[in-house]
Design a protein around this ligand. Structure first.
Ligand SMILES: [Zn+2]
Length: 458
């Protein structure tokens, strides 16, 4: 059977793009309709019938545009979430490299390119990736590595790092041997720098919708704590060499436990920048904290760091234009690339300090951040193995809210086996959560003493 070009899929995506802004829920619906159409009509497809199908698809889009809202409201928007990616491979042949993924259902994919580093980005509806842990880790042809995951609710993404500039020379879907699944193939061809740049300019990745603001009623009198589990979705963060432990999962489960602990006393309102395995940009993390009028922002990480087994132990970071040391500067640089990892242009940071008033607020806020960091280190000291310099500073993007005291806690380093053993220990986690809870109590006790008791009353 001839492969079916999904050029139409690209057009469909282009045409349905405006829908995303008006009704997020309608997109999976459109894809759910297109999927079966492609599947049932593909078997006896000729060029002319394919063109007719293209017309039918576009007609379906028009109907969807009209009825999108009603469908989204009436049937829920989660229908497309059951697409499964069962296998993926990269094959190279001469100057071409093909990325193939076996999907349980035909989907519309949108492919785009980004420079520095050179990447190919494949946007898909929400896909559950059931791939082996080693998938995407080895170099093949033009593909240095690839990663995959949830990019936003309802949207998944594959990001391929390239070994050299390349352009997309083909995209096809074919049924697999059983006819039950679909193979999506993206073909890359070697290109020169100019050609890559031109193609990247023409095919910029779709923007991520602005994060849904944290839903909350009037701010209650309780202090608001925003917990920020690092990474997520397409951005896995650090991983152990066996890939059995991934930072994004480890910090999410720790953050959930921390949230429950903070909530125990009923004294705080506790929110999280992400509650699931989803990508959240650095800017959106800061925006979520500001939208919630958070009084404290705690980012939780467990990174790897070069320097091997020597570098270990819990470390608390605060934001600063000048890094306290070279290791911290490198770590912040790497963390600040989280958006690039997910194929998002950075530079949409809120709170770029632009006026003198903001600058003054930032200085005051940073002294509170330092105060909280010292309390944290003090509490951790008796229960944790601390880094030899446990309070460090660097220019972390996520610590840039000018009016919210913010810290980033490295629970430990996945690059250290000793740290990893602790991080996996329930008992150790329990101690850490209690220590952080005590530090939070002390921090707010001091703040409210300074503000006067009236500040905490309704
Ligand atoms: Zn991290």
């Amino acid at each position: 059977m001839e492969p079916v070009s999904t050029g139409v899929a690209l057009r469909v995506r282009t045409d349905d793009a405006p829908l995303e802004g008006s009704s997020i829920g309608s997109i999976p619906k459109v894809q759910a309709i297109l999927g079966p159409m492609l599947e049932t009509q593909r078997s006896a497809m000729t060029l002319s019938s394919f063109i007719r199908l293209a017309g039918a698809c576009l007609a379906a889009i028009v109907i969807a545009a009209v009825a999108g809202r009603a469908w989204a409201a009436g049937e829920g928007a989660k229908t497309a979430a059951t697409i499964i990616a069962a296998a993926a491979s990269v094959e190279s042949e001469g100057s071409k490299t093909r990325f193939k993924v076996i999907l349980s259902k035909a989907v519309t994919a949108q492919v785009s390119l980004m420079e520095r580093p050179d990447r190919v980005i494949i946007d898909l509806p929400e896909v559950a990736f059931h791939l082996p842990v080693e998938a995407g880790r080895s170099k093949e042809g033009l593909v240095a590595s690839y990663r995959y995951g949830l990019f936003a609710p309802g949207r998944s993404r594959v990001v391929m790092e390239l070994t050299q500039p390349a352009v997309v020379s083909g995209m096809t879907t074919t049924p697999d041997a059983t006819g039950a699944a679909t193979i999506l193939t993206i073909e890359l061809s070697r290109a020169d720098r100019d050609e890559f740049r031109r193609s990247a300019a023409e095919n910029a990745p779709p923007a991520k919708e602005a994060a849904v603001p944290v839903v909350q009623g009037a701010k209650d009198a309780r202090p608001v704590i925003m917990i920020d589990p690092g990474h997520g979705g397409i951005d896995p963060g650090a991983a152990t060499s066996s890939n059995n432990v991934v930072e994004k999962d480890l910090v999410l489960s720790f953050a959930q436990r921390l949230k429950r602990k903070f909530e125990e006393s009923g004294r705080y309102k506790v929110l999280m920048t992400r509650e699931q395995d989803v990508f959240v940009s650095l800017g959106d993390r800061v925006r979520a904290a500001r939208a919630a009028q958070a009084d404290l922002f705690i980012s939780v990480h467990a990174d790897s760091i070069s320097g091997g087994q020597d570098v270990r132990g819990l470390t608390v970071y605060t934001g600063s234009e000048r890094a306290s040391d070279a290791d911290s500067a490198r770590l912040a640089d790497r963390e600040n690339k989280a958006d690039a990892v997910a194929g998002v242009e950075s530079g949409d940071m809120p709170d770029d300090v632009s006026d003198i008033l903001m600058d003054l607020t930032l200085r005051e806020t940073r002294s509170f951040s330092h105060g909280f960091a010292s309390r944290l280190v003090g509490e951790f000291d008796s229960v944790a193995r601390l880094n030899k310099n446990p309070h460090r500073q660097a220019r972390f993007q996520v610590l840039r809210a000018h009016d919210i005291p913010s810290v980033l806690v490295e629970l430990g380093y996945l690059s250290s086996q000793k740290d990893l053993d602790l991080l996996m220990s329930e008992e150790w986690r329990g101690k850490m959560v209690s220590a952080m809870s005590s530090a939070v109590d002390r921090f707010f006790a001091t703040r409210f003493a300074r503000r006067g008791a009236a500040a905490v009353l309704p």
